[in-house]
Design a protein around this ligand. Structure first.
Ligand SMILES: CC(C)(COP(=O)(O)OP(=O)(O)OC[C@H]1O[C@@H](n2cnc3c(N)ncnc32)[C@H](O)[C@@H]1OP(=O)(O)O)[C@@H](O)C(=O)NCCC(=O)NCCS
Length: 173
């Protein structure tokens, strides 16, 4: 049973479960997918660890997280998209990662825009940020197409990053 959080025209976003290690493993195995994220997966146990230590705890702690994205109506797994709290900066980060065969069809933009809307309308968040390396043109295009505003470039976790932000027009709602 899928715990669907968001439905868009073409996509379903659902919470990951501990059964999904193979999906994460498969996604992160492609060096082009982790080219700008610098987090290649070592083996299935590593994928399990990412799920159990990073992805799943977010749901219970913050009521949001990274969600698995599936295509309707076949329910193929495309990748993930969603929100993540970053305590270092006390901010909510928008992120996305899709299997290469599904790039260039607008799926990231569709999932990201829906995640922002969910964050504002359902979670009443004040602001959401997005970051990408200056060379990651596809990711920067997604942030821009979601209506985010460029606020500056700097070093984050040892890599150059451009930061974007969007504010909730209805805050405090
Ligand atoms: C970033 C990513 C999620 C984009 O997914 P996607 O579904 O292809 O995104 P969309 O189709 O919604 O939009 C991509 C946009 O980038 C543009 N784009 C793609 N490659 C580009 C390039 N090399 N130069 C310029 N623009 C590019 C596309 O033309 C499209 O814009 P358009 O609709 O205006 O034409 C996907 O490339 C990915 O999973 N990359 C690996 C993981 C990653 O880097 N995640 C982001 C970390 S910050």
């Amino acid at each position: 049973m899928m715990n669907v959080i968001i439905e868009t025209q073409r996509l379903l976003l659902r919470t990951f479960t501990e059964e999904d290690a193979l999906l994460i493993y498969d996604l992160n195995l492609d060096p082009e997918v982790t080219r700008y994220t610098h987090d290649p997966v070592r083996d299935i146990n590593h994928a399990k660890e990412i799920l159990e230590k990073v992805v799943l705890p977010q749901y219970a702690l913050y009521n949001h997280g990274r969600w698995a994205v599936h295509l309707k109506p076949s329910l193929e797994f495309l990748g993930w998209c969603g929100l993540k709290y970053r305590p270092e900066e006390d901010e909510i980060d928008l992120g996305y990662r899709f299997k290469k065969e599904y790039w260039g069809k607008g799926y990231a933009t569709e999932a990201a825009a829906a995640s922002i809307k969910y964050g504002f309308k359902k979670l009443n968040l004040y602001a959401i940020v997005g970051r990408a390396e200056p060379e990651n043109l596809a990711s920067l295009a997604v942030l821009e197409k979601c209506g985010m505003t460029y606020i500056g470039e700097g070093e984050v976790d040892g890599y150059r990053a451009k930061t974007y932000e969007i504010l909730n027009p209805e805050f405090p709602g």
